[in-house]
Design a binder for this molecule. Structure first.
Ligand SMILES: Cc1cc2nc3c(=O)[nH]c(=O)nc-3n(C[C@H](O)[C@H](O)[C@H](O)COP(=O)(O)OP(=O)(O)OC[C@H]3O[C@@H](n4cnc5c(N)ncnc54)[C@H](O)[C@@H]3O)c2cc1C
Length: 487
């Protein structure tokens, strides 16, 4: 009998540990791991019509992180006698060609619940001849099947207490159900890898090859996020064990400065360099060996939020990306490109919003507290279409994930999973979470030297005080674009 050959199509699952598609594919005699750099993921994308709605689909930070993750995965595969084959092109064109070349019997992939990812899967399936529409060669029964696996959430959809179509639309009932009636599967160990068919491995493109200008790291960045399974696993070690930060997560998670106020695992989770079940296993072990407390519970609580959005998008599909969201609300959003531009650039005149936007622009990261406030300011105070803000985050975030990003944005804009008003009191939040204005003055050095309250509201200073502190509004720092007490 001819040896069986499997092709593993890697996407945002760039790891060897707890990788269900890899485990399934290793049942074959020969295995070809492939990553396809899809040019549709780079360059300027049209998010919806007007010019202010056109941004790069993937910005410099995430591009660099992904390239590093590919290099790391290739090295890890090579050290186990395999390799990562890299091609640039549309997966529905590239993969059938490789399938023919190695005479593959099956293509294994991790599916995702979001429409763009689903669409590419369907095109590949059709091009392979396994889809419902088009046999690859007229008259033939069809090509090798596209075998879909699920590998990016804490809970497997088959283990949910209800069908995905019936999961609750609000977080608390979802969380309570999974906490009482679902278990998290053990992560898969790294499997032994079968031989690889002889195929030119190809070159991992550079950011410049993809038309992206790499950006130097700002020394104020919370962390130098380096892509790859190796650095993702190291970050778990560092956060959980070496710095013992997990012990105090619940109390520190609303922080704004420094590497350890929160786990910073999101970029690795979202490119698939880390499995959430692997993180959960580390929390289990920490609870056994050090302490089980409200902080260890809370890290899982946040990972369940991540799952919640995945299952919401599985349930609602493309509706979750529409202006009115899953609640189909009819809101008359303001179209104001100049105001949107000021928000993007961190020039609104509201220091807490501006500091967060400048951090995002300079580093690709923003804390959860910052995201909530920057998003609320755009959607609830300026009343600008929330999808523009979400699209801008999509470009800039190093940890962008479609369901987490659009789900959180919709939630804050009042078109998502909760009927309560999610508008944030931005000034109150600034004073509460940045009482000494350390965060604001880190990112807005022009306000350094002001007393903390004044750094959050420089417009309240008298002309004499401004002269004393050397801050002139509209010269050193913008006047506020709206009066937040009226908003
Ligand atoms: C407007 C807005 C946009 C967002 N966009 C994204 C995004 O594109 N990608 C993304 O991963 N997160 C997004 N979040 C959620 C959250 O802000 C980030 O996950 C978190 O800040 C990442 O830092 P961390 O890893 O240190 O988080 P930690 O506080 O350490 O949390 C641990 C993990 O739990 C998950 N998590 C925590 N909070 C949330 C949440 N609210 N929703 C979903 N998952 C969560 C993340 O995977 C995170 O890594 C967004 C939040 C808002 C308000």
């Amino acid at each position: 009998m001819a040896p069986e050959t499997a092709l593993l199509w890697l996407r945002r699952d760039l790891r060897l540990h707890d990788n269900p598609a890899l485990v399934a594919a290793t049942a074959a005699d020969r295995l070809l791991p492939v990553y396809v750099v899809d040019p549709r993921q780079y360059g300027v994308a049209d998010f919806g019509g007007s010019d202010s709605f056109r941004f790069e689909k993937t910005g410099a930070r995430r591009t660099t992180f992904r390239i590093e993750a590919l290099a790391d995965l290739r090295a890890r595969l090579r050290s186990r006698g395999s390799d990562l084959v890299v091609r640039t092109g549309e997966p529905e064109v590239v993969l059938p060609d490789l399938v023919d070349r190695v005479d593959a019997d099956a293509v294994h992939v991790h599916t995702r619940p979001t429409p763009e990812e689903r669409a590419v899967e369907a095109w590949v399936e059709d091009a392979l001849g396994g889809g419902p529409e088009t046999p690859r060669i007229a008259g033939e029964a069809g090509g090798p099947p596209l075998v879909r696996h699920w590998g990016h959430t804490l809970y497997h959809p088959d283990d949910l207490p209800v069908d995905v179509a019936d999961v609750a639309d609000t977080y608390t009932p979802f969380r309570k159900r999974v906490e009482s009636d679902a278990t998290v599967r053990d992560p898969h160990p790294v499997p032994a890898l079968p031989a690889r068919p002889a195929v030119d491995p190809g070159t991992i493109p550079t950011a410049a090859d993809l038309g992206i200008d790499a950006e130097p790291l700002d020394d104020r960045a919370v962390l130098d996020f380096e892509g790859g399974e190796t650095s993702g696993l190291e970050r778990v070690e560092e956060y959980v064990w070496e710095t013992d930060s997990l012990r105090t997560y619940k109390g520190t998670r609303n922080g704004l400065l420094g590497p350890n106020f929160s786990s910073k695992l999101s970029p690795w989770l979202n490119e698939g360099c880390l499995s959430p079940r692997r993180v959960n296993e580390a929390v289990d072990r920490y609870e056994d060996r050090r302490v089980a407390n409200d902080s260890t519970y809370w890290l899982r609580f946040e990972l369940r939020w991540r799952d919640f959005f995945q299952f919401q998008f599985a349930k609602h599909g493309a509706t979750a990306f529409t202006k009115g969201g899953i609640r189909r609300r009819d809101i008359d959003w303001v179209d104001d490109p100049a105001a949107f531009e000021r928000w993007k650039r961190g020039r609104t005149g509201i220091p807490f919003v501006d500091a967060n936007m400048r951090e995002l622009n300079a580093t690709g990261y923003m804390s959860n507290r910052g995201r909530q406030n920057a998003a609320s300011f755009l959607a609830n105070d300026l009343r600008i279409d929330w999808r523009k803000g979400a699209a801008y985050f999509e470009t800039r975030l190093v940890d962008y994930e479609p369901a987490s990003n659009y789900g959180n944005w919709a939630y804050i804009a009042g078109v998502g999973n909760d009927s309560r008003n999610r508008s944030f009191d931005v000034l109150g939040q600034a004073k509460r979470y940045d009482p000494d204005a350390d965060y604001v003055t880190t990112w807005l050095p022009e306000l350094d030297g002001l007393p903390p309250t004044a750094a959050h509201e420089p417009w309240r200073l008298s002309p004499e005080e401004r002269a004393t502190y050397g801050v002139e509004l509209a010269v050193d720092y913008p006047r506020p674009m709206i009066d937040l007490t009226d908003a």
